[in-house]
Design a protein around this ligand. Structure first.
Ligand SMILES: Nc1nc2c(c(=O)[nH]1)N[C@H]1C(S)=C(S)[C@@H](COP(=O)(O)OP(=O)(O)OC[C@H]3O[C@@H](n4cnc5c(=O)[nH]c(N)nc54)[C@H](O)[C@@H]3O)O[C@H]1N2
Ligand SMILES: Nc1nc2c(c(=O)[nH]1)N[C@H]1C(S)=C(S)[C@@H](COP(=O)(O)OP(=O)(O)OC[C@H]3O[C@@H](n4cnc5c(=O)[nH]c(N)nc54)[C@H](O)[C@@H]3O)O[C@H]1N2
Ligand SMILES: [Mo]
Length: 769
């Protein structure tokens, strides 16, 4: 029952296995296509050459750090796509909105909305005409201020942040939100690396990774769990390639064989490009079951423990840890049957990985969403960090935990106080600097915020960037929640789902992008960001703004502050005239930012002190901790169902940035012109009585009933039995709001219990991209 959309736009079959290395000429071609597609108005190649340069802008793509000091352009295909998309020549102006009712826009695909181009002026929803109509900035701020003042409690307002927001905007934003009176500051981190923060803060006293790029040059082994850097952090492949070339062993755990982790042709290397060569990345590649990592890591730890003092770093364990004996007893008591069954790997495979680990004198463990988006994510990360602690792999060159962050400034936003559970010390510093009493009660995270809007406790939703309506779980419930609000406000660069799934009143406030020139009363401004390895550096745009009516994010917050809280004593408009003034305040409030303005102007910026690098562990005991987490979960989170359930992970394709879909291709996985695909093993096809190419509905099963995502083409794939993979956000309808990581509450979008049934609905139209 193949349909039209089963043929790629070029007429070729939609599924064509990709047998080349990642990177190479295809990466260059794909970047070129992205630039052409957007008709990108870049100031020549200069814009790209100044990405991630000491005097340019920070790439809005991912949070992977820059080589510093560096003088040459570091090419990244997906970085080019991110820059090109921001620099598009297409515009969504008042004529566009006049021509299209919002109900009609809401029926269009996410690709369509994104492809219309950059937003140009503030717009307000007009219910009578069902259209967005122009509104002046002053009037827009007055409207938000009035709505905020009309709430019966500040806790009825919710202020979301996505991770592209600069340090300066984020600091001012959280200041405004707290001066207004709430800690309701959910962010994209709640859906992303929250479990890493929760796990590590408890275990080592810091929620951030401790390694730097230099450590990648000294590691003897790098373990990569649940991450697809070839797509999501392409510059990381450069580090892995260098490491592989000097003989570092790279051990990968991923249910899928991701091409970028297997073989890479570095577009930066003329020899490889011209000679047709490539570098093997993984020395060992294991394909565990989805959610099998806790068992994998426990198995490796068991081998290390059994080896005793030959494998353990006794001096480190004695000096810097607590709980070791109980941990070893737990490892002894865990039997191999359980480890093999839960992990999906054989004992021999796990022993092989353990040998590499024991042989290495310095090991880095990297991880991404494959570890964080499960119910037992915190347990899994604590088990992985425990494995590092056993051999003292923290606070020495070439070793340590490396959670690889997503959005380019998601780590910095947290540092600046975008957090629904701020520490007392942070609030005290804020109070002392600005002379007001910040609220102390913790606020809503993302899951709470959706629930609160749904049941009427949340009435006003304000988003600093992102695409809340499409990025969050349980799409139907989330959409109802947003529609239930009195007012929704989106600060955005591009049209997206969150503008067309809106409250009774709605505003779109368009802002400058990272690549654009930011001119304030005090002259040209630069902002700062913090990467995944705690380097803080400047970013200054160089493209002309997409429209003259755009405001910068800091200016939007300042003007909102002035409109809402004119008498609070915070000089909103003065602060934003010159971002140095915001940074002076940050320097006095946020530890580690002393002398911020001077230090950030050094080429490449500065590294935020990470105590664990010196083996100082700011936990209550001053030591790291071994936690015991059973491999078999006593409290099963999978509801009983009449049908056998498979486990679905929702991942990114190569041509998307979170909810932004650049094209319907996923080159390295061999998919062309299709997004509604579901990767499935031969064994499961046979067991379920389906054929490759057939179309199915994905049905997720939960205590409160079933959720359906319609019409996915089954693609036979090298994936363990019992496991499925599809793309997000098409599958977000399937993730129940209540299915999230224990304690960290990150939606468990990598382990959704589903069954398949033959498609019953009409085919979903092909993406318009
Ligand atoms: N081009 C591009 N860059 C991006 C993004 C983007 O969308 N596009 N998004 C940014 C953001 S916000 C983030 S958070 C990062 C995300 O970067 P990643 O963490 O790489 O994100 P995913 O695509 O979700 O890929 C998860 C990987 O984990 C594997 N996996 C899934 N479940 C499991 C499991 O149970 N165990 C193991 N071992 N592996 C598993 C999947 O097969 C996949 O390879 O990338 C950032 N960079
Ligand atoms: N099922 C499933 N769901 C997931 C995930 C998954 O793996 N599976 N991953 C989760 C993860 S890791 C994350 S981080 C979230 C992402 O959630 P979000 O961060 O909320 O989503 P994005 O798609 O990154 O947001 C894109 C929008 O940001 C706006 N934008 C872009 N640049 C700027 C800017 O400079 N300023 C402003 N103000 N706006 C800008 C544009 O309007 C664009 O449409 O999604 C989560 N959702
Ligand atoms: Mo993320």
């Amino acid at each position: 029952m193949a349909s039209d959309r089963d043929h790629a736009p070029d007429g070729n079959a939609p599924i064509r296995p990709y047998d080349k290395p990642a990177g190479g000429w295809d990466a260059l071609k794909s970047s070129w296509d992205a630039l052409r597609r957007q008709d990108a108005v870049l100031r020549g190649p200069g814009t790209l050459l100044r990405t991630n340069q000491p005097t340019g802008f920070d790439c809005p793509g991912c949070a992977w750090p820059d080589r510093n000091p560096h003088s040459t352009f570091e090419f990244c295909e997906n970085g080019v796509k991110a820059v090109a998309n921001e620099a598009t020549s297409k515009r969504v102006d008042r004529d566009f909105f006049a021509a299209h009712p919002v109900t009609w826009l809401a029926q269009q695909t996410d690709e369509y909305l994104e492809a219309q181009g950059r937003l140009t002026e503030p717009m307000a929803y007009d219910a009578d005409s069902d259209r967005y109509v122009p509104i002046g900035w002053d009037e827009a701020f007055a409207k938000v201020a009035a709505a905020l003042q009309a709430l019966s409690s500040p806790d009825e307002a919710i202020f979301y942040t996505s991770g592209r927001t600069s340090n300066e905007a984020a600091f001012l934003y959280q200041l405004f939100v707290r001066a207004y009176g709430t800690n309701n500051l959910p962010d994209c981190s709640n859906m992303c690396h929250e479990p890493s923060g929760v796990a590590m803060t408890e275990q080592i006293g810091s929620g951030k990774g401790s390694v730097t790029l230099d450590d990648f040059e000294h590691a003897e082994a790098i373990f990569v769990f649940g991450q697809n850097p070839g797509t999501n952090h392409p510059r990381m492949l450069g580090e892995l390639r260098r490491a592989a070339k000097r003989g570092c062993r790279i051990v990968v755990f991923n249910p899928l064989r991701e091409r970028g982790l297997e073989r890479f042709t570095d577009p930066q290397s003329p020899a490889e490009m011209l000679g047709g060569g490539s570098t093997a990345i993984a020395t060992h590649y294991f394909q565990p079951r989805i959610g099998g990592d806790l068992a994998v890591v426990t198995g490796i730890a068991k081998v290390v423990a059994e080896r005793g003092d030959d494998a353990l770093d006794r001096a480190f364990i004695d000096a810097h840890t607590v709980g070791f004996d109980a941990f070893v007893a737990h490892l002894r008591a865990t039997d191999w049957d359980a480890i093999e069954r839960e992990s999906g790997l054989s004992r021999a495979q796990i022993e092989q990985a353990a040998e590499v680990y024991i042989d290495s004198r310095a090991t880095i463990a990297c991880w991404g969403m494959g570890l964080t988006q499960h119910r037992r994510s915190v347990a899994t990360i604590q088990a992985l960090v425990a494995l590092l602690l056993m051999r003292g792999n923290i606070g020495k060159p070439g070793a340590g935990p490396c959670p690889v962050r997503g959005h380019s400034n998601v780590q910095g936003d947290r540092t600046m106080g975008i957090y629904e559970k701020p520490s007392e010390a942070f609030l005290d510093a804020l109070a002392a600097e600005f002379g007001f009493a910040p609220p102390r009660a913790h606020g809503f995270d993302t899951v709470d915020a959706i629930q609160a809007m749904h049941d009427g406790r949340g009435k006003l939703f304000f988003a600093m960037g992102g695409n809340f309506a499409a990025a969050t779980p349980d799409a139907a419930l989330t959409h109802a929640a947003l529609r239930n609000c009195a007012l929704t406000v989106q600060v955005s660069t591009k049209l997206n789902r969150s503008h067309v799934v809106h409250g009774r009143a709605a505003l779109i406030l368009p802002c400058l992008g990272r690549t654009e020139i930011d001119q304030q009363a005090g002259g040209l401004q630069a902002v700062t960001v913090e990467d995944s390895m705690s380097m803080v550096h400047l970013s200054s745009g160089m493209n002309a703004p997409a429209s003259r009516a755009l405001l910068s994010e800091p200016a939007i917050v300042a003007r909102l502050g002035a409109a809402t809280l004119p008498d609070c004593g915070i000089p909103w408009l003065e602060l934003v005239e010159d971002y140095d003034r915001i940074r002076e305040r940050i320097a006095r409030v946020v530890p580690g930012f002393e002398d911020f303005n001077a230090r950030v102007r050094a080429p490449g910026g500065f590294h935020l002190h990470h105590p664990c690098r010196e083996r100082v562990f700011p936990t209550p005991e001053g030591r790291t901790r071994f936690f015991v987490h059973a491999v078999i979960d006593g409290t099963s989170a999978t509801p009983s169902a009449s049908k056998p359930l498979l486990r679905l992970m929702t991942v990114r394709s190569h041509d998307q940035y979170n909810t932004t879909v650049y094209s319907a291709n996923d080159r390295y996985r061999g998919v062309h012109g299709l997004r509604r695909v579901c990767f499935i093993s031969r064994a499961d096809l046979d067991a379920q009585g389906f054929a490759d190419g057939e179309h199915v509905d994905l049905v997720s099963v939960w205590d409160d009933g079933e959720r359906v995502a319609h019409d996915f083409r089954l693609v036979e794939y090298d994936i363990p039995a019992g496991c499925l993979a599809s793309y997000f956000p098409e599958t977000n309808a399937l993730v129940p709001l209540a299915h999230h990581a224990d304690r960290a509450r990150t939606p468990a979008s990598k382990s959704i219990p589903v069954y398949l049934r033959r498609s019953t609905t009409a085919p979903i139209p092909a993406a318009s991209a």
